[in-house]
Structures are given as structure tokens and as C-alpha cells.
Design a protein around this ligand. Structure first.
Ligand SMILES: *[C@@H]1O[C@H](CO)[C@@H](O)[C@H](O)[C@H]1NC(C)=O
Ligand SMILES: *[C@@H]1O[C@H](CO)[C@@H](O)[C@H](O)[C@H]1NC(C)=O
Ligand SMILES: *[C@@H]1O[C@H](CO)[C@@H](O)[C@H](O)[C@H]1NC(C)=O
Ligand SMILES: *[C@@H]1O[C@H](CO)[C@@H](O)[C@H](O)[C@H]1NC(C)=O
Ligand SMILES: *[C@@H]1O[C@H](CO)[C@@H](O)[C@H](O)[C@H]1NC(C)=O
Ligand SMILES: *[C@@H]1O[C@H](CO)[C@@H](O)[C@H](O)[C@H]1NC(C)=O
Ligand SMILES: *[C@@H]1O[C@H](CO)[C@@H](O)[C@H](O)[C@H]1NC(C)=O
Ligand SMILES: *[C@@H]1O[C@H](CO)[C@@H](O)[C@H](O)[C@H]1NC(C)=O
Ligand SMILES: *[C@@H]1O[C@H](CO)[C@@H](O)[C@H](O)[C@H]1NC(C)=O
Ligand SMILES: *[C@@H]1O[C@H](CO)[C@@H](O)[C@H](O)[C@H]1NC(C)=O
Length: 817
């Protein structure tokens, strides 16, 4: 048979065993002549493996080693499952990284896959590639199916003494087994020794970790033993329906038997003593057990999801109690569910593909679909429907029409709720929650609508958390709930964030304010609620003006000042910056004064002053009547060395940018020249007076001399003195007063010249004091008469020098020795 397989090395080695030179020669010849075929052989076609196992696949290959005169050699061998144009080496596949290995010994290749996964279930192929163009060859497929449960065990005799647990599947290398004797767990290990059991015992095994799939019982004595077998390892049932589990047991003369569920062990009196399910309050009235011909059936009605559990059967007889460890039937109760599996992209006629299913849909059933409660006579598990957002769709198994899946529908009753009841103040935190009624459950999107825009908020949660709420967060919030079948929009939830005023600005209606203007101050501010306003002038609250505007219909100078407004609401108050109102006005009527007051004597100087209130401050200009050019600038106009022509009306003009105002003053200059004739007359009178005085004195002296002549001429000194008197009077003219020649009898006379009787008159009559020395001459200079001259309209100015000469004369009479 080997020649047909070609001349591969293995065969040649086998042939060498014949060990004769002749045969060797023959073989070489034979090999030269008989070409091997392109071929791949694999040792299995289907491999079952339990998850986590290490799976090996073997293939050997052959090819002609010479063709068309050239030698053919193998360049590459590999395994693949996928072909993407060219087969893809498993070693290059990411999902197998680190888990696969291809090793070849000569033309025998083995693929090893460690730790297999359910996703490794596939058809594997081996391929070798030669250096001949087109010289590659692919083997048959090897189907690997990886399962995560049911290792499909059987108990077998390993040898005379031991039993082994055998599987039709590849099991993990480190597998160990749980061994049961009559339903009782008695050993964990690779093998079971027959010595642990008697001839009547029933043995079964389970893969550790997969105890829910034990092997069928194995009777040690081969033909008869007690045993319990279950019709199903797992059963799936619909919520609300009924289920029956069957167990057959081979037992004669059993005294008691019952079903129990290990999940209910917490309810038992003794955790090691299972209790009959019929007595469990949870199942009360819902379970029924029928035992007919060594077949026990447990029926549970009105299934609830929490009935999902494992159920076991045990019995007792006089010699044996069937153990409670062996796994029974696992029940899964599920509800039906409509799943939206696909949505057509077409917006105009949106179709949805619905699938009716459950976690473990019992096969072989027909379905029923219901639209808004009406049976629409559709019996497939999938249903393609034109989406109508008002529709509610459900399904059921046709045998259990009343056990319907919850209806699917587009969201309805979408609403927004928030965790606040009072006002929201800046800085608060706020939770918003969107809820709606929808199946499948809705996704949520949040929006905030303000006057100008609608913006979507970040996140897709049903809840929005506004951590430290800002005024900018104010707005109308709403959410949109949507699932595959439609969407629904909530009402608005208005969030009006309250806050204290943050700014206050006061502004003036215009800048340059003139008396009489209509002026208003405007206070602008923010704050929620809208703040109230009060106004301050120079830090004093003003009574009126509560609004944001303060109005002066006609502003006056008294309104000048610094203004600010205070704004506030219940959350706080603040003052604005201040603004200055400066009311400008033209000069008021100037008040003018003459200093010194009264008539002005010619030759003196006078100040004319002008004062006016004005804003801005006035400038002053003095004009003389009938003169167009200003006489002087400035508030005070000083006229020095006044002469007659200076008299007259002067007016002062006070002026600023807003206007001017005049005030007049009349200046009267009085002078002596007008009454020089009178002065001359007075002088004559004075001279006459003087002469008369001198005459009287002379007469008196004559009498005295006559008396003294008898005293022998001692009078010479007296005579000298009289002569001196005359000299003295001439020399002391500047002093205005004659020296008292004689300290004895002194006579002074001051003559006052007054033009106006109303004016105060001054005259000093200074009594002469006894003089003891000549150096007191100067003191006597200050003894004078002051004469006030008052201007009166009827007088003309007169010369001051003339005046002085006319003012006074002094007459002295010396009568002391
Ligand atoms: C294939 O490889 C062998 C040995 O490496 C060589 O002798 C032969 O010529 C090659 N054949 C072709 C077709 O390249
Ligand atoms: C279980 O094993 C038996 C024999 O070993 C085989 O006939 C049967 O098909 C297997 N069942 C499964 C589900 O693999
Ligand atoms: C159990 O047995 C009863 C009666 O033989 C049968 O009607 C029922 O379908 C069986 N249940 C299962 C789950 O096989
Ligand atoms: C099982 O679920 C039902 C409703 O589904 C409930 O009334 C009952 O209390 C549950 N029982 C247990 C034991 O949890
Ligand atoms: C399902 O419905 C179709 C048409 O309504 C009908 O022809 C078919 O027989 C039904 N299938 C079953 C299993 O009832
Ligand atoms: C949706 O269903 C309602 C009532 O079932 C019907 O009036 C309406 O026309 C339907 N709309 C569409 C788009 O089919
Ligand atoms: C809802 O959100 C989830 C997760 O973001 C997404 O996978 C799903 O497609 C969304 N459903 C709809 C109807 O938008
Ligand atoms: C605003 O100014 C007025 C006057 O100075 C003062 O009485 C008042 O307390 C101030 N208000 C605030 C909020 O500071
Ligand atoms: C006039 O004003 C000047 C300057 O102010 C001052 O020096 C002078 O004394 C004043 N004259 C009189 C008469 O008041
Ligand atoms: C003041 O006098 C000046 C000069 O004569 C004159 O132009 C002006 O109109 C007068 N002003 C007033 C308010 O009388």
C-alpha cells in the first residue's frame, strides 16, 4: 500500500527495514518511477472540546518530489480558518496569539490550540506550499466545536480495578471528576476504584466544575442497579406557564420519594436533610407530583422567574437512601421580550425589525404578534413593521397567547423634574431628572432654550447635575427621550437663577449741564429679581427717585453734587460708582464795592471790587462809562492818584462761558481847588485873628514891662526870649505847631475845617505839659489836629497842599516866667 502514498521519507524508512541491498536498489528504482501524489490526510473530521481544553489536530501530507525535471521542495506549512483571497495563517491571527502552534516532524504536522474558546469553533484546514509555481495543497476540513457545558460523559471500565470518566469531547488536561455512588458524592479524582462499591451500587461521574452534566449511571454488576435519570438536564420555560420534569427511577419497594430544590436549603430544618418541595410555602398550591411506574413527574404551575432553580428527585427504601448530591434538572424561567433588531434608515417610511425572544426560547413554537392588543396573525419570530409612534407591539408564543412579552413603544409621558422647590439662587446645585415611559428604555438628551438659542447639554444621562448654578444657566430646560421607535419631548422646566446685583452704573443724560437744563440720571444694573433703586446725593439719600431714572426737569445750581444709586434686591445691595453733576450758570448780579468807601479825595487811590457768583468762575472786566475799551481786567480795579476826571460811573462786567452780568458803581472825586476863594478868605480871617492875638499879647507885655522896669532891668532875658519866639515860629513851620516858647501859660487852638456836618469831626485839644528840656521839641510835633474830609456832591476836588495850609493854625500865648 505504501508505494501509492509516494516515496516519502517515512515509507522509505519502513522499507529499509527489509534490509537487503537488493530491495534498497529496487526501492530507489521504484521511487524514481512511482511519483507520490499531492495529498493531505488528517486523523479526524470533527472535534468536540470543552472550553479551556487543549485541542490537537494532526495531518500528514505528500507531494511528488520531482516534476518536469526539477526537484520540488516544501517551503511552508500552516493552518487556517479564514481565507481573505489567500488563506491566512492562524499564527498571524490576533485572536489566536500565543495560543496556537504548528509543529511538523517530517511530513507529519500537528496544530495545537490551547485554552480553546467557543469562538474558536470553526473548520480548520492544513496547507503546504512548495517552490513549484502553483505547487500548494490544502487538506480537508477539521471541524472544531467548543462547548462551555455538557462534556457528554460516560463511565467506562479503565481496567479490571478502575472506572474512568470518558468523554466524547476533548476535555481540559487538568480535568478531575466527581464520583457519585447511589447519588452520593464520595470521591473526587481521575479514576474510581471498584473496591469502593458493592455489586449493587450505581456509579456516575461528572466533570468538576460541570456537575450539572453528570454521566448516566453505571451498574457495577452490569445488569441491574438502582438509578435516577432525568429526562432533561436543562429546561427553559416561559414565565407564567407550567412545566413538568420527568425522572425515571429504577427502584422497587421504595417507601418514600420526593422532589426538592437545593436552592431552598436555607428553608430546611436541617441543611443536610432535603425537604419535600410540596411542603415549601413558596410552591404551595403550585406543584403536583405524579408517580407512575417508576417514573416521577414534577409539575410547577404559574412559573415565576425566581422559580429558576435546580430540581432533584430522591427516594428511600429499607436498604438504601438515594443520595441528594447528584444533579437533577435545571429550570430557567424567562419572559418573552420584543427586541428591536434593526431600523430602516429610510426616514420617510421608517421600518423596524422586531424579534420575539427570551433568554432560552423554547424551540419549535409558533409566535403571535399583537399590535395595540390586536392579534395581527403573524406567526414568525421576527416581524417587520412600519413604525408608528403611537403603536404598542407585543408578541407571545402561539401556545401561550396570554403570556405576552411586554409591549414595545416609543417614549411617552416624558417629563422633567427637579429637586428644588424654592427659588434657585446663584451657586445652588440643581438636579434635573428626565423620565419617560418607553420600551426599550429611552436614551435622553437635554436641551436648554434661551431667548436666542437652543443648545444641547453634554451627556446622555437622564439626570443633569448643575453643580454651581450660574446666572447663565437660566433658561428653559427640556429633554428628549428617544428609543428606536420614536421620541418624545418634555415640557419646559424654567430655571430662573436669582442673584444679587453685580453691577450698577450711573450715567448722565449729557455732560455739560447748564442751569435750567432738563437732566436725567440713569442707573443701570442687573440682578434677579429686578433690583429696586434709591438715589444718593453727596451720600445723603434722596427721598424721591425710586426708579432707575432720576429726573431734573430744570436743573439749578443747588443740584450740583455727587450722585450715586444704590441697587438691591433680597439677595444683596450695592452702590454704583458716582457721577458728578456740575451745573454751570452765568454770573449773578455782581456786587461792587469801593474801598475806601465814600467820596474819593483827589490824589488818593481807590480800589473798586467786583464779586459775582458764577460757574465756571467769572472773569471780570471794568469799563468806564462811555468808554468802549475796558478800563481794567480783574476783580479789583485800583485807581491811583485820583483826579477829578476819574469820577463817574464804572461798571464791572462778570463773564463766564455761560454769559455775563454788569453792575455799576459811581465814583465821586472831591478836590479843594473849587473852594480856593473860600480858603483864601479863611486865610485872611486867620491872619486877622493872628494879628489881633499878637496885638493883645503885645499890650499885655507893655504893662508887664512897666512893672518890671522898676526892678532894675532884670527883664533883658525876657526880651531876648520874645525875639526867639519870632524865630522859632518861622523855623518850626514843618511841624505845624509853634514851640511853646514859654512853659508857663499855654494856649492851643485847633481850627477844624469841615465840609460836611454829618461827618465826624476830629479835633484834638492837647493840654500842654510842663516841658523841662529842649529835646522834647519833636514830641510836640505829634500834637496836631486831624481833619477829615468827606466827599460831598457839591464839592469839587481841591488841592491837598492848599488844604494843609488851611487846616490849622496854632496860637500860643506864653505867660510863664
Ligand atoms: C526547489 O528547491 C530545490 C532545492 O532547494 C531546488 O533544487 C529546485 O531547483 C527548486 N525548484 C524550483 C522550481 O525552483
Ligand atoms: C455523547 O457521546 C455519545 C457517545 O460517546 C455520542 O453518541 C453522542 O453523540 C454525544 N452527544 C453529544 C451531544 O455530543
Ligand atoms: C414528562 O412525562 C409526561 C408524561 O409522560 C409528558 O407528558 C411530558 O411531556 C414529559 N415532560 C418532559 C419535560 O419531557
Ligand atoms: C418570587 O417572585 C415573586 C414575583 O415575581 C415574588 O412575589 C416572590 O416573593 C418571589 N419569591 C422569592 C422567594 O423571592
Ligand atoms: C404561519 O402563517 C402562515 C400565513 O399566515 C401560514 O401559511 C402558515 O401555515 C403558518 N405556520 C404555522 C406553523 O402555523
Ligand atoms: C399610526 O396609528 C394611528 C392609529 O393607530 C393612525 O391613526 C395613524 O395614521 C398611524 N400613523 C402612521 C404614520 O401610520
Ligand atoms: C442609547 O445609548 C446607548 C449608549 O450610548 C447607545 O448604544 C444606543 O444606541 C442609544 N439608543 C438610541 C435609541 O439612541
Ligand atoms: C451706599 O452709599 C450710601 C451712602 O454712602 C450708604 O449709606 C449705603 O450704605 C451704601 N450702600 C451699600 C450697599 O454699600
Ligand atoms: C487796594 O488793593 C490793593 C491790592 O489788593 C491793596 O494793596 C491796597 O491797600 C488797596 N487799597 C485800599 C485803599 O484799600
Ligand atoms: C454789560 O456791558 C457791556 C459793555 O457795555 C455790554 O456789552 C453788555 O451787554 C452789558 N451786559 C449786560 C448783561 O447788561
Amino acid at each position: 500500500m505504501w508505494p501509492t502514498r509516494g516515496c516519502d521519507w517515512k515509507r522509505r524508512k519502513a522499507a529499509m527495514n527489509l534490509s537487503t541491498a537488493a530491495s534498497l536498489f529496487l526501492i530507489v528504482l521504484f521511487c524514481e518511477e512511482v511519483q507520490s501524489k499531492w495529498n493531505v490526510n488528517c486523523n479526524s473530521q470533527n472535534i468536540c472540546a470543552l472550553k479551556g481544553s487543549t485541542v490537537r489536530m494532526h495531518c500528514d501530507y505528500s507531494h511528488p518530489y520531482r516534476q518536469d525535471g526539477t526537484t520540488i521542495s516544501v517551503k511552508q506549512t500552516f493552518w487556517f480558518t479564514k481565507t481573505d483571497k489567500d488563506p491566512l495563517d492562524l499564527n498571524t491571527q490576533e485572536e489566536y496569539a500565543g495560543r496556537v502552534e504548528n509543529s511538523c516532524i517530517s511530513e507529519d504536522c500537528t496544530l495545537t490550540i490551547r485554552d480553546v474558546k467557543e469562538s474558536d469553533s470553526a473548520a480548520y484546514k492544513f496547507r503546504f506550499v512548495t517552490n513549484k509555481s502553483g505547487g500548494s495543497y490544502t487538506g480537508p476540513k477539521v471541524v472544531l466545536s467548543v462547548r462551555d457545558s455538557n462534556p457528554n460523559l460516560t463511565v467506562k471500565k479503565k481496567n479490571y480495578y478502575n472506572l474512568e470518566c470518558s468523554s466524547s469531547c476533548v476535555l481540559p488536561d487538568d480535568s478531575t471528576y466527581v464520583w457519585y455512588k447511589n447519588g452520593q458524592n464520595i470521591h473526587i479524582g481521575k479514576y474510581f476504584s471498584k473496591t469502593w462499591a458493592s455489586n449493587t451500587d450505581s456509579i456516575s461521574c461528572a466533570l468538576k466544575g460541570h456537575e450539572d452534566f453528570p454521566s448516566p449511571s453505571f451498574c457495577i454488576r452490569n445488569y441491574y442497579c438502582e438509578q435516577v435519570t432525568y429526562s432533561h438536564g436543562r429546561i427553559c420555560a416561559l414565565k407564567g406557564s407550567s412545566v413538568s420534569f420527568n425522572s425515571s427511577y429504577i427502584s422497587s419497594y421504595s417507601t418514600t420519594s420526593f422532589w426538592f430544590s437545593p436552592e431552598r436549603s436555607t428553608e430546611w430544618n436541617d441543611i443536610s436533610q432535603p425537604e419535600d418541595l410540596k411542603l415549601d410555602s413558596k410552591y404551595l398550591g403550585r406543584v403536583r407530583v405524579t408517580n407512575i411506574k417508576q417514573k416521577s413527574t414534577l409539575t410547577i404551575n404559574n412559573l415565576m422567574e425566581n422559580d429558576s432553580a435546580e430540581y432533584r428527585f430522591i427516594f428511600k427504601k429499607y436498604s438504601l437512601s438515594w443520595g441528594s448530591d447528584l444533579h437533577g434538572t435545571t429550570l430557567t424561567v424567562t419572559g418573552l421580550q420584543v427586541e428591536v433588531t434593526r431600523i430602516s434608515a429610510n426616514q420617510d417610511s421608517p421600518y423596524a425589525e422586531l424579534k420575539c425572544h427570551s433568554r432560552c426560547t423554547p424551540a419549535g413554537y409558533n409566535y403571535r404578534w399583537f399590535r395595540n392588543g390586536q392579534d395581527i396573525r403573524h406567526n414568525k419570530s421576527t416581524y417587520i413593521v412600519l413604525i408608528n409612534t403611537t403603536d404598542k407591539i407585543s408578541c407571545a408564543l402561539s401556545s401561550f397567547k396570554e403570556l405576552r412579552a411586554p409591549e414595545v413603544y416609543a417614549p411617552v409621558s416624558t417629563s422633567v423634574s427637579a429637586d428644588f422647590t424654592d427659588d434657585i439662587v446663584e451657586g445652588n446645585q440643581v438636579f434635573l431628572k428626565c423620565s419617560s415611559n418607553a420600551n426599550p428604555p429611552a436614551n435622553y438628551t437635554w436641551y436648554k432654550k434661551t431667548q436666542s438659542s437652543t443648545v444641547q447639554l453634554h451627556g446622555k444621562d437622564s439626570e443633569v447635575y448643575l453643580h454651581e448654578i450660574q446666572t447663565s444657566d437660566s433658561g428653559k430646560y427640556f429633554c428628549v427621550a428617544n428609543n428606536q421607535l420614536g421620541e418624545s419631548i418634555s415640557e419646559y422646566l424654567n430655571i430662573d437663577v436669582k442673584y444679587a446685583p453685580k453691577r450698577a452704573d450711573v450715567s448722565l443724560s449729557h455732560v455739560e449741564i447748564v442751569e435750567g437744563d432738563s437732566v436725567h440720571l440713569t442707573c443701570s444694573s442687573d440682578g434677579n429679581p429686578t433690583p429696586s433703586y434709591s438715589w444718593y446725593k453727596d451720600n445723603q439719600e434722596m427721598l424721591q427717585g425710586q426708579g432707575g431714572m432720576y429726573q431734573f426737569t430744570s436743573v439749578t445750581s443747588e443740584d450740583s453734587g455727587t450722585y450715586c444709586c444704590e441697587v438691591g434686591n433680597i439677595y444683596g445691595r450695592m452702590n454704583s460708582s458716582s457721577v458728578l453733576i456740575n451745573v454751570e450758570y452765568p454770573p449773578r448780579l455782581p456786587s461792587v464795592s469801593v474801598n475806601p468807601p465814600g467820596d474819593v479825595a483827589a490824589g488818593s487811590s481807590v480800589n473798586l471790587s467786583c464779586t459775582s457768583v458764577a460757574n465756571p468762575a467769572a472773569t471780570y472786566t471794568w469799563y468806564k462809562e462811555h468808554s468802549t475799551s475796558p478800563a481794567a481786567d480783574g476783580q479789583t480795579f485800583t485807581i491811583v492818584d485820583i483826579r477829578g476826571e476819574h469820577g463817574g460811573n464804572y461798571y464791572c462786567q462778570a463773564r463766564n462761558s455761560r454769559g455775563n452780568h454788569n453792575s455799576t458803581v459811581h465814583l465821586i472825586v472831591v478836590s479843594s481847588s473849587a473852594s480856593s476863594a473860600v480858603a483864601g478868605l479863611i486865610t485872611i480871617l486867620l491872619l486877622i485873628g493872628l494879628f489881633l492875638s499878637a496885638f493883645i499879647i503885645f499890650r499885655k507885655k507893655k504893662v508887664v514891662r512897666q512893672i518890671h522896669q522898676s526892678r532894675e532891668g532884670a527883664e533883658d532875658n525876657e526880651t531876648k526870649r520874645l525875639g526867639n519866639l519870632g524865630r522859632h515860629m518861622g523855623s518850626s513851620s514843618t511841624a505845624g505847631l509853634g514851640n511853646s516858647v514859654d512853659q508857663g501859660d499855654v494856649c492851643y487852638a485847633s481850627v477844624l475845617f469841615s465840609k460836611n456836618q454829618e461827618e465826624s469831626l476830629y479835633s484834638n485839644f492837647v493840654p500842654a505839659e510842663p516841658k523841662t528840656s529842649q529835646n522834647e521839641e519833636k514830641e510836640e510835633d505829634v500834637e496836631y489836629s486831624a481833619i477829615m474830609i468827606k466827599n460831598t456832591p457839591f464839592k469839587k476836588s481841591y488841592d491837598a497842599s492848599e488844604e494843609s495850609s488851611a487846616l490849622y493854625s496854632t496860637v500860643c500865648k506864653v505867660n510863664r516866667l
